[in-house]
Ligand binder design. Structure first.
Ligand SMILES: Nc1ncnc2c1ncn2[C@@H]1O[C@H](COP(=O)(O)OP(=O)(O)O)[C@@H](O)[C@H]1O
Ligand SMILES: [Mg+2]
Length: 300
């Protein structure tokens, strides 16, 4: 059984795809069997970072059933330690209109992939699909830049993800949709109250749902003296959402990342000594240890 890791953020451009592609490569280099699945609705570009311009198959083929299995859409990068990728769909509308059943079929197929680690790029934003793809995984990574605006975008993203997770613990999928249309919540305790008013004992179930939700925080394009913003985010999230977001690491602003993009190679491969590569390698080592924990049968 594979361990799944998803990466999300409030807005685009925080460096999610860059980080995920590098993590995928570093984990493959360590000998793990890795598949990167690009579920970024409308912005699927992970394959381009490896110089794959015209993939033979993409997620679209699975969604419109022109292939029978998700396995058939995999492309293997033999030059990159056998890393596998399922390129995202260029067909935004098709993915955005995905029905609940289709989404379940996709997620089931992802969890059945014959690999050690599945890395999911869920893209930015707070559509139901992005939130569900983000929450689907065993491990979540969230990325922000140090600016207060980016920090607030991430807060909003985590707030919606948390609310959706909690509502899902005591409501059916169609009920969640109608509640979210009618009501907004300013803190998670309001959702707990709604739970208890809906059915006795639901509050406890709702609290239980959050017990294992600890998205890991990465600050990308970091510049000195921005620890204050990170501390504020953590405080806000703990106070209003009741969750802890452990720090996974920081990646500095680094021109080597632009050079890597131009060379169609992850920065950790092209410039292993660049400051950003060092930050990413540290993150990958922590992730590797966490994966190991998940692979122990007692964790499941
Ligand atoms: N630490 C960094 N230093 C410099 N440029 C970066 C850094 N991280 C990301 N970038 C650049 O920012 C842009 C957005 O990155 P990307 O990974 O596509 O973001 P996302 O997937 O979150 O939209 C890309 O051009 C990327 O090369
Ligand atoms: Mg992206």
């Amino acid at each position: 059984m594979s361990v799944s890791i998803s990466i999300g953020s409030g807005k685009g451009g925080t460096g999610k795809t860059m980080l995920l592609c590098n993590l995928a490569l570093l984990l493959a280099k360590k000998g793990r069997k890795v598949c990167l699945v690009d579920l970024d609705i409308g912005g699927a570009d992970a394959h381009l970072l490896f110089g794959l311009f015209e993939p033979k198959h993409s997620l679209t083929d699975f969604l419109n059933r022109s292939v029978d299995t998700l396995q058939e859409t995999i492309h293997t990068f033999y030059a990159f330690h056998g890393l596998q990728i399922i390129p995202g769909t260029g067909n935004t509308l098709q993915t955005a209109n995905m029905s609940y059943q289709e989404k379940q079929r996709l997620l089931r197929a992802i969890s059945q992939l014959d690999v050690d680690v599945v890395l999911i790029d869920v893209g930015a934003g707070t559509s139901y699909h992005s939130l569900d793809f983000f929450m689907f995984s065993d491990i979540q990574i969230c990325v922000t830049m140090p600016e207060p605006t980016s920090i607030m975008d991430l807060y909003s993203f985590l707030q919606l993800a948390t609310i959706r997770k909690v509502l899902g613990s005591f409501l059916s999928n169609s009920q969640i949709g109608s509640i979210l249309k009618k009501q907004t919540f300013s803190s998670i305790s309001e959702v707990f109250d709604l739970a208890e008013n809906t059915q006795t004992g639901a509050k406890q179930k709702a609290q239980e749902a959050l017990r294992y939700f600890h998205p890991l925080l990465v600050v990308n394009r970091d510049i000195p003296n921005t620890n204050l913003n990170k501390a504020k985010l953590k405080k806000l999230v703990a106070k209003y959402l009741g969750i802890d977001i452990p720090s996974l690491g920081e990646i500095p602003e680094d021109p080597a990342i632009r050079d890597a993009l131009k060379a169609y190679m992850p920065v950790t491969e092209l410039s292993p000594n660049a400051p950003s590569s060092k930050g990413i390698v540290e993150i990958s080592e922590k992730i590797d240890k966490i994966i190991e924990l998940f692979r122990q049968p007692t964790m499941r």
